[in-house]
Ligand binder design. Structure first.
Ligand code: SF4
Length: 381
């Protein structure tokens, strides 16, 4: 149906395979950089016979280098950036009486759904671009300047668990003066095809590290891949920004798990902050209708279109609705977070550096110019 084409979280009806074009770019004179989303590193291994949830981050980086990408970066870096902006935006709305609840905006399937179906509520999603679009923007501005290249000489490829991100990359309002911030989006399955086409023995690859400066990330950014993770990551930062105190226990277990709608309250500076998390567009609709009727008292809501969040995205290895696979991927995500030395976005040294060197204040003028967007009312479906 039309609605499915517009918002289908599996994106099957709009999927366009760009593998051959990416091969051409890799073999051109352009600088081709690739970024990888949080959720793919716990699912890619399934394409090579590994258990769901196996962490293959290092092998994935190694494979991308062997495929010929000039630089291999991490969307998780930009997820940390998203948290800096989104947590500051929440604080700004709380302080200045802005409209609440704030809704997370990193899922293009869900963003398109609200644009079509709740046109009177387009001032409530966060204005933050999604992490891979933030990355694309910085690759063609900050990184281009650092590397001494023109923006048009850099090609950005995103490897995503998501088909909706192919549509998102084509949105004109996310472009940079006539060029796209992200040139190509490949899914996890499409990356696996490229690795297989190249005859790479993925299972036996040595681990390699992401390149820098856009390759360092915190555990908070990794949990973006599972339902509840974005809001948990935002809370880790918002709590410390608002109280000036250290958050000792960074794991918010009430926001985790596969329930379709989860609710929790967190007390910050004596104020109760009400949170909701939902995944699946049916659950999103019922929460939005509750807000429309004035029956909801939330301050912040995370919404993801796919079951389980991006771990269950339409570009991931097929799971055929098997929840045990999604639970294993989710566990892989939380294990990766626990293994990270830094688990809060604002403690990522590369994030501190890019604000000092280039962006200035979080949620400031340059941040708005580079990292924020707007939403467009679309025909009701
Ligand atoms: Fe894409 Fe993730 Fe949203 Fe699914 S939940 S549509 S994979 S961003």
């Amino acid at each position: 149906c039309g609605q499915c084409i517009a918002v289908c979280p599996t994106g099957a009806l709009t999927e366009v395979n760009k593998i051959s074009k990416v091969w051409k770019e890799i073999n051109s004179d352009k600088v081709v950089v690739v970024q990888t989303a949080p959720a793919i590193r716990v699912a890619l291994g399934e394409e090579f016979g590994m258990e769901p949830g196996t962490q293959v981050t290092g092998k994935m980086v190694s494979a991308l280098k062997l495929l010929g990408f000039d630089k291999v970066y991490d969307t998780d870096f930009a997820a940390d950036l998203t948290i800096m902006e989104e947590a500051t935006e929440l604080m700004h709305r709380l302080k200045h009486g802005g409209r609440l609840p704030i809704l997370t905006s990193c899922c293009p399937g869900w963003v398109k759904f609200i644009e079509h179906n709740f046109q009177d509520m387009l001032d409530i999603p966060s204005t933050c671009k999604s992490p891979h679009e933030m990355f694309g923007t910085l690759a063609k501005t900050y990184l281009a300047e650092k590397m001494g290249h023109k923006p048009e000489d850099i090609i950005v490829v995103s490897v995503m668990p998501c088909v909706a991100k192919k549509y998102e990359a084509a949105r004109p309002e996310l472009g940079l003066g006539g060029t796209k911030a992200v040139d190509y989006v490949l899914t996890t399955r499409e990356l696996a095809i490229m690795i297989k086409e190249s005859g790479i023995d993925f299972a036996n690859l040595q681990d390699e590290e992401f390149d820098n400066p856009l390759g360092e990330s915190s555990g908070a950014s990794v949990i973006f891949g599972a339902t509840g993770g974005v809001i948990e990551a935002a809370l880790r930062t918002a709590y410390e920004f608002m109280t000036g105190e250290t958050l000792e226990d960074v794991e918010f277990h009430s926001l985790r798990g596969m329930d379709g709608i989860k609710e929790a309250s967190v007390t910050i500076n004596g104020e109760k902050i009400n949170i909701a998390v939902c995944h699946g567009l049916g659950n999103a609709r019922s929460i939005l209708e509750k807000i429309q009727r004035g029956e909801a008292n939330y301050h912040a809501i995370e919404i993801m279109a796919c079951p389980g969040g991006c771990i269950g995205g339409g570009g991931q290895p097929y799971h055929h609705g098997d929840m045990s696979i999604l639970k294993k991927r989710m566990q892989g995500i939380y294990n990766e977070d626990r293994g990270k030395a830094i688990r809060k976005s604002h403690e990522n040294p590369m994030i501190k550096k890019i604000y000092e060197e280039y962006i200035g204040e979080p949620y400031g003028e340059k941040a708005h110019e580079l990292l924020h967007t707007r939403y467009i009312p679309r025909k009701k479906m």
